[in-house]
Design a protein around this ligand. Structure first.
Ligand code: PEP
Ligand code: MG
Length: 752
């Protein structure tokens, strides 16, 4: 196995290709393949273990070990050296395998004669599908080049075996008993909703037609042409060729970084030099990177894997001449291990009824996009890509974080009915969207939406909301390593204002930290980040951040209304400090000859209970107050808002909360300060009714809440509602949710 050159490797790869492409049963061809590898690599043994159902590696073909052991020797993942290689997707090269503590002796193989062992994982699309091993009789070390050679060979065999369907996908269902029985998979809901459709595997794996090439120079040329096309594609996306990707500039920036990464490109070139086609080389480097990154514990870094997947797939697609766009059936549920945001945007969203992922987290870019497009998402579904049949019917119940495979007719009927009812309801909301949110006895309520991405801005028009009551400016920047400069922020805010089409937008300054840690601001780990150095505390300590943001906002709203709101204010002195910074920026803007905003309204979020005892001072200082009930509830009840165990423990409709909210509203009314609620409760019909009854006339919510809340308000009579809620608050101690629901039903109020 010495002095094995790149030329030798190329020769071996083309011989392998010929054998696999030849005639004969798959087993026969595999037998020839292992013999060929052993011969070319001058080894005494070459064995191929294949992953079977239940995470078991089966000796599938061997040259050198006893033929009796073929299909008999089985090792669990993690068992023995072979199992170890599969478990960690890492190569092992040992001069003396017998002395290794993980070595397991299997007498049926006749391994007694072989001392050294080199094994590598067979990877297909980043997944271990087998292990390829060579052994020699005498004790001998292996060098890096030999390991790399075997890795390249293993990758080629994995691809060829996948094409020949050596292991049928159906086999993986074995552990679930009868493959025809319904199965329920559980995961984590990233965006609620229900969808039924045919499972479509998201580029489950771009099948690479040509793996081996005899002309590395031509392949290098193809790679560089493809990289150029890739760069152009990303640039086109960045230039906002599609209007809904403009908000994702930050995400696309990451792509450009990879696409221009010298290390990445030179590694691909090296693999091409060893005899693979450009597309196979991209796949191999990507598989290697993926395996390495999977071992990294840092979740932020691991999340970037999705971007890398996205990019590698794009590049392979370009090289393979494929089209990035897959035609979806009428109702499709996309199934993937993970997906990049641009990949998701490439699908026809009208046909996309759900998304199921094996990986994924709430902060991943695709989840953010799915939310904006209102596609139900269930993530972290173990084995989704292997257990779900392509084009089989599946139900995604993202309300419960479940996916139903091979659902029974009753289940499909049940969910279909639920979806139909929901669709009807949506249509009903759409039909009245141009009617005012006014109660039967004439009380008008202003309904706005909460937004954070440009994509969300469509909601203003779609729901005919009165504006944006909360624009979370931190959202697009959460994954960046540094905040964008004034010009970039200015361009974004100007677009937000344009998309609001003359309706008011309340911009909240950066609310980073806590559960919204931006890489740019992540500092020392804190025991209680939600109560830590976050939001206004952070921006007051780093005034340049706040100043730049305010400057961009002032410029973006020249000649128009500017509404600025400060988050997490706990003391009026913080508001004063923020205000001073704002005044300074306005002054400088005017001095520099800039046009001033036509009106300026300064407000604060009320989400820290300490402000309740500073109301007099507070109302003197602001034009409006927006109550952030999400945080206010968390601090009032000392209950982490992200803790699912506490999710339903404290209700917003308990008299304690309503009394407190009424206190705030009363103070504001007396002082003539506009008051609104922009926490999640504002978007729930029952809660909205209660808020109406205690004096709130401005509500801001996610766009999906506007229709239901408008319907509830239009069907209610304030003169009935007010005394009922007042009485319930005065006499009760526990939540009035059920009482209020019964009241709504009795009075014909639409509460969903
Ligand atoms: C809130 O706390 O209620 C709020 C609206 O702000 P966020 O959810 O962004 O913290
Ligand atoms: Mg908040």
């Amino acid at each position: 196995m010495t002095a094995f050159s790149a030329v030798d490797l190329r020769r071996m790869l083309s011989r392998l290709r010929d054998v696999m492409a030849g005639i004969g049963a798959v087993q026969e061809r595999l037998d020839k393949v292992v013999a060929l590898i052993a011969q070319d690599m001058r080894a005494d043994v070459c064995s191929c273990y294949v992953m079977r159902a239940g995470e078991v590696l089966e000796l599938f073909a061997t040259f050198g070990l006893s033929q009796k052991a073929v299909h008999l020797t089985r090792l669990r993942v993690g068992e023995g050296l072979v199992g170890e290689i599969a478990a960690h997707a890492r190569a092992v090269a040992l001069a003396d395998a017998w002395s290794h503590p993980q070595f397991v002796y299997r007498p049926e193989t006749g391994e007694d004669f072989f001392r050294s062992l080199m094994g590598v994982p067979m990877l297909q699309a980043g997944r271990v599908v087998g292990v390829l091993v060579v052994q020699t009789r005498e004790e001998r070390p292996f060098n890096d080049w030999e390991v790399e050679t075997l890795e390249t060979v293993a990758m080629v065999i994995a691809e060829l075996m996948a094409a020949a369907q050596v292991v049928k996908r159906e086999e993986l269902f074995e552990t679930e008993g009868n493959a025809l029985l319904p199965v329920r998979l559980t995961g984590v809901s990233l965006h609620a909703g229900v969808g039924i459709g045919l499972a479509v595997m998201h580029k489950s794996h771009v099948r690479i037609g040509r793996l081996v090439s005899d002309d590395p120079v031509a392949e290098q040329h193809r790679l560089h042409m493809a990289l150029e096309t890739l760069r152009q594609e990303v640039d086109a996306l960045m230039d906002g060729a599609r209007e809904d990707t403009v908000g994702f500039r930050d995400i696309l920036e990451v792509y450009r970084m990879f696409a221009d990464d010298r290390g990445w490109i030179s590694r691909i070139s090296e693999v091409i030099a060893s005899g693979l086609t450009a597309e196979a080389a991209v796949q191999k480097v990507h598989d290697d990177t993926r395996v390495r990154m999977m071992q990294v514990l840092d979740p932020v870094l691991r999340e970037r894997l999705q971007d890398l997947d996205d990019l590698a797939n794009r590049l392979i697609n370009i090289l393979a001449g494929g089209t990035a766009r897959i035609e979806l059936p009428e109702n499709a549920i996309l199934v993937c291990r993970s997906i990049g945001p641009t990949e998701l945007l490439a699908y026809d969203r009208r046909r996309l009824k759900g998304l199921v992922m094996e990986e994924g987290s709430p902060t991943m870019h695709a989840a953010v996009v799915a939310k904006a497009l209102d596609i139900p998402v269930v993530a972290q579904v173990e084995g989704a890509t292997t257990r779900i049949d392509a084009f089989g019917t599946i139900v995604v119940d993202a309300n419960a974080g479940q996916v139903m495979l091979r659902p029974s007719e009753e289940v499909v009927d049940l969910y279909t009915a639920a979806i139909e009812a929901r669709t009807k309801q949506k249509a009903a909301y759409a039909a009245v969207k141009n009617l005012a949110a006014v109660t039967k006895d004439g009380m008008q309520v202003s309904l706005s939406i909460n937004a954070g991405f440009l994509l969300d801005m469509q909601g203003v028009i779609e729901t005919n909301a009165d504006g944006v009551g909360l624009y979370r400016t931190e959202m697009p920047f959460l994954t960046l390593s540094s905040l964008p400069d004034v010009n970039a922020q200015f361009a974004l805010y100007r677009q937000v204002v344009a998309e609001a089409r003359g309706k008011p937008v309340t911009f909240r300054t950066l609310d980073v930290g806590g559960d919204k840690i931006a890489a740019s601001t992540a500092s020392m780990p804190e025991d209680n980040p939600a109560m830590g150095w976050r939001s206004i505390r952070l921006t007051l300590d780093r005034p340049s951040l706040l100043r730049q943001q305010l400057r961009a906002l002032i410029r973006a709203t020249a000649g128009k209304e500017l509404r600025v709101m400060f988050p997490m204010i706990a003391a009026v002195s913080e508001l004063d400090a923020a205000r001073r910074i704002f005044d300074m920026e306005i002054e400088q803007h005017l001095k520099a000859g800039g046009e001033a905003p036509a009106w300026i309204r300064i407000g604060t979020m009320l989400e820290v209970p300490s402000l309740l005892w500073q109301m007099e001072a507070l109302v003197e200082r602001v034009d409006f107050i927006s109550v952030g009930t999400n945080d206010l509830m968390q601090f009032m009840f000392a209950a982490d808002r992200g803790n699912t165990r506490l999710a339903n423990r404290y209700d917003t409709l308990t008299p304690a909360v309503l009394r407190m909210l009424r206190y705030v509203a009363d103070h504001c009314h007396k002082a003539g300060v506009q008051v609104s609620v922009c926490g999640e409760m504002a978007g729930r019909p029952l809660d909205a009714l209660a808020l109406l009854a205690i004096g709130y006339r401005h509500l801001s919510m996610s766009a999906s809440g506007v229709g239901p809340v408008r319907a509830a308000i239009r069907s209610a009579r304030l003169s009935d509602l007010e005394p009922f809620v007042k009485q319930s608050i005065a006499t009760g101690q526990s939540s009035l949710r059920e009482k209020l629901r019964a009241f709504a039903l009795d009075h014909g109020i639409a509460v969903g």
